[in-house]
Design a protein around this ligand. Structure first.
Ligand code: ZN
Ligand code: ZN
Length: 347
């Protein structure tokens, strides 16, 4: 079979090449990939900006059908439609035992498409049974391929952010994560959801409106953005700000958007320190939190919310490509001309 392989360290070094078809171990399942999304992590690996162990088949946002199961597999059968997180956590370290399997500290962890485990940009992958989730019948596999980024958002917004009915929620950054966060905040009962972006984001802000945002603000052309948010609130700002852009300017503005005694959730990674006035946290009695990846419950909640229609990922799937067009797909993501690019032909 062919796989999209990061061959060795350095910028680039990615090739669509012949790789061995994987065989499942006793506790593993073999999945025929139906759809796989390009994530920021894949772009970071392309540019040698993040951790990975080459050579590795890239891709960790996927959905597919089980075609073979190992001898010890208990609950998954051939024909099951499945998704999974990327990380095969150890279950034995302190963080795992405390339930924070997303922060597993085991050395030599297998992370699909990143380290010591080939990923989803190929016809088949293998994954351990214990990380697999079955896809509800009413979801297509293309929709289910977005369960991974959605679960990251659910872990942040549902499991770690205090949103209450009626709340004014500002989401900064209309990329995949921000657009999903806006839908999740709405599903949690937010009274008003406001999505902010830059002028280059105007087409993505239009999608935010179509997927349930009450209001969008172009912060570059709206010097009164803070007043607009304050005008929607009966407090002095938003109850909750979800920072999903990873930009320093947005992080600074989050401190202005948020009400006194409000909460800021950080979803976007910036990759460098941000200059913000921490004294504002004291003066406004703010709380701020970050989350990383997903825990198993994030997936259960995500699949329920997607199956019930509370989250609709279809407007976010802007491109469907074959693996042969991988270069175009990466380019679309890097130039922010896409929201989510899916490979739907991986043969
Ligand atoms: Zn991802
Ligand atoms: Zn662990």
């Amino acid at each position: 079979m062919r796989g999209l392989v990061k061959k060795n360290r350095g910028v680039g070094n990615i090739e669509l090449m012949d790789v061995d078809e994987p065989t499942p171990g006793p506790n593993e399942v073999k999945v025929e990939v139906a759809a796989a999304g390009i994530c920021g992590t894949d772009i970071h690996i392309k540019h040698d900006h993040s951790f990975y162990t080459p050579p590795v088949v890239l891709g960790h946002e996927y959905a597919g059908t089980v075609v073979e199961v190992g001898s010890n597999v208990q609950d998954i059968e051939v024909g099951d439609r499945v998704v999974s997180p990327a990380t095969a956590y150890c279950g034995r370290c302190y963080q795992c035992k405390m339930g924070h399997v997303n922060r597993c500290t085991a050395k030599n962890k297998r992370i699909l498409g990143v380290s010591l485990a080939d990923g989803a940009f190929a016809k088949y992958l293998v994954a351990p049974e214990y990380i697999i989730h079955k896809v509800p019948d009413r979801l297509s596999l293309e929709e289910a391929a977005l369960a991974e980024p959605t679960a990251c958002v659910v872990h942040s917004v549902v499991e770690s952010t205090p949103i209450f009915p009626g709340d004014v929620v500002v989401v900064q950054g209309p990329g995949t994560m921000g657009l999903l966060a806006a839908q999740v905040a709405r599903a949690m009962g937010a009274g008003k959801v406001i999505v902010t972006g830059t002028s280059a984001d105007s087409w993505r802000l239009d999608i935010a409106k179509k997927t349930g945002a009450d209001l969008t603000i172009d912060v570059q052309t709206s010097p009164d953005a803070v007043e607009i948010v304050q005008g929607v609130s009966i407090a002095d700002g938003a109850d909750v700000v979800i920072e999903a852009s990873g930009s320093a300017a947005a992080r600074r503005q989050a401190m202005e958007f948020v009400k006194t005694t409000g909460h800021i959730s950080i979803l976007g990674v910036q990759g460098s320190p941000t200059d913000i006035n921490i004294d504002t946290m004291i003066e406004k009695e703010l709380t701020m939190g970050g989350t990383w990846g997903t825990i198993p419950s994030s997936w259960v909640i995500t699949l329920q919310m997607m199956a019930s229609g509370q989250i609709d990922v279809n407007p976010l799937i802007t491109h469907r490509l074959s693996l042969d067009e991988w270069d175009d797909g990466f380019e679309l993501m890097e130039t922010q001309k896409a929201i989510k690019v899916l490979f739907t032909d991986l043969s």
